[in-house]
Ligand binder design. Structure first.
Ligand SMILES: NC(=O)c1ccc[n+]([C@@H]2O[C@H](COP(=O)([O-])OP(=O)(O)OC[C@H]3O[C@@H](n4cnc5c(N)ncnc54)[C@H](O)[C@@H]3O)[C@@H](O)[C@H]2O)c1
Ligand SMILES: O=C(O)C(=O)C[C@]1(C(=O)O)C=C[C@@H](O)C=C1
Length: 368
């Protein structure tokens, strides 16, 4: 399809959506707008967008599709700004925000002007931010939730889906209220818990420095998402405040229940507690059926000495294994650091782990 597609907020999600639209509709023109112009410059350099938008007001009125992928409170402000503009009558506006009720409510100003707004939420992502992390396969097999208001014609929703076909996501329509409740349970609340576990570990680390070295395996798995963008999660928490507060109450009850079983030394109930959770968790749709992880991270425990990164990358280069990113999680004198190496595919990550184990005695673990 031809048309001018304006992406507002050119970060991980906006950039990934731009890549998906361009792949499926090469004749379209992708234009990026971001308050951080560096994101647009980077996006242009990486081929994520065709053009940089320097003046939102001028560009928006020429757009055929507008995809807003800023943090959700910024999205509300953006909708207000768009409401003031003489937009094309047939423009389709959507967003990618993790919450829907407040955004859909805000977009009523567009309804009054007969402009189509369809709330959207691609249910896949990562703890990484920024356009440099954008990937065309990010949403493949993931659910993409739409929350059109009743007055929106089916043809408009179908048209938006055609624009977004390149995501290869599974499209589902749901009400904004149900959206916020369900994502509260399976996405927003787990992020609060992950952050709280990290806080607990950080507090303990003040008196027990060993803790950062011991925080491996399970702790890493359950707290990966605590590395996500604070700006994004601040906004999500405020938008889904009511749901989060009620989930916090339920969580406290759940912890009280566990506390009682434990203080009673009730072996059977302790076993059942973990067994029931395991059964439900094991029955969740497998990774193959759900979203493909966008990044494959290998964690390598390395001693903190100069040259250790080039040593490791040297081994990988020797075996022709390509990496997409590398960073050190924490280093302190005399304490191991953790090197995080990202790969495009699971196969590359497995090869790299095998390679590092062969050449070194450094501990490794994967983010899967
Ligand atoms: N990260 C995820 O896993 C994920 C998944 C699905 C949906 N989302 C939602 O997608 C949206 C974007 O998240 P992200 O992960 O891409 O974040 P990101 O930090 O990678 O990108 C957000 C971008 O928006 C820009 N921005 C902020 N305020 C702006 C404004 N007023 N005008 C223009 N640009 C502005 C920032 O500079 C940044 O480049 C959020 O609403 C988030 O809730 C995130
Ligand atoms: O994989 C991650 O890092 C994510 O947190 C992605 C995740 C999620 O909670 O599943 C985060 C927020 C989005 O709204 C959708 C997806």
């Amino acid at each position: 399809m031809k048309g001018r597609v304006l992406v507002i907020g050119l970060g991980l999600i906006g950039g990934s959506l731009a890549l998906c639209v361009k792949k499926r509709h090469p004749e379209s023109t992708l234009i990026g707008f971001d308050i951080n112009i560096e994101q647009c410059r980077l996006g242009k350099m990486l081929g994520v967008i065709d053009e940089i938008c320097f003046n939102l007001e001028e560009e928006a009125v020429n757009a055929d599709v507008i995809l807003i992928s800023t943090p959700v409170i910024e999205t509300e402000k953006m909708i207000e700004r768009l409401c003031e503009l003489p937009l094309k009558q047939d423009v389709i506006i959507s967003d990618a925000g993790s919450t829907k009720e407040a955004i859909v409510l805000k977009a009523r100003c567009l309804k009054e002007k007969n402009i189509t707004f369809i709330g959207g939420h691609p249910m896949a992502g990562s703890h990484k931010s920024g356009v440099a992390a954008a990937k065309e396969i990010l949403f493949e097999n993931a659910f993409y939730l739409f929350t059109p208001e009743p007055h929106i014609q089916d043809e408009k929703v179908d048209l938006l889906k055609r624009w977004l076909e390149g995501t290869r996501a599974k499209f589902i329509t749901i009400s904004p209220e149900e959206h916020d409740y369900l994502t509260g349970v399976i996405s927003h609340f787990p992020h609060v818990i992950a952050a709280s576990l990290v806080h607990q570990a950080e507090q303990t680390s003040r008196d027990h420095q060993l803790i950062t070295r011991l925080a491996a395996g399970g702790f890493r798995d359950i707290t990966r998402i605590a590395s996500s963008s604070p700006a994004m999660w601040k906004d999500i928490s405020l938008h889904n405040r009511k749901v989060l507060l009620s989930l916090l109450d339920r969580w406290k009850d759940e912890m009280d229940k566990f506390s009682k079983i434990l203080s009673d030394n009730n072996e059977d109930q302790l076993f059942d507690y973990f067994a029931e959770a395991k059964n439900f968790r094991d029955d969740l749709p497998s990774k193959e059926k759900g979203a493909i992880p966008a990044f494959y991270d290998l964690f390598v425990d390395v001693p903190d000495y100069p040259g250790v990164i080039s040593e490791i990358t040297g081994y990988l280069a020797k075996e022709r294994i390509s990496i997409t990113n590398i960073r050190i999680l924490e280093t302190r004198e005399d304490i191991n650091g953790v090197l995080v190496i990202s790969f495009q595919t699971e196969t590359d990550m497995a090869k790299a782990e095998e390679c590092i184990q062969r050449y070194t005695n450094y501990g490794t673990s994967t983010g899967l």
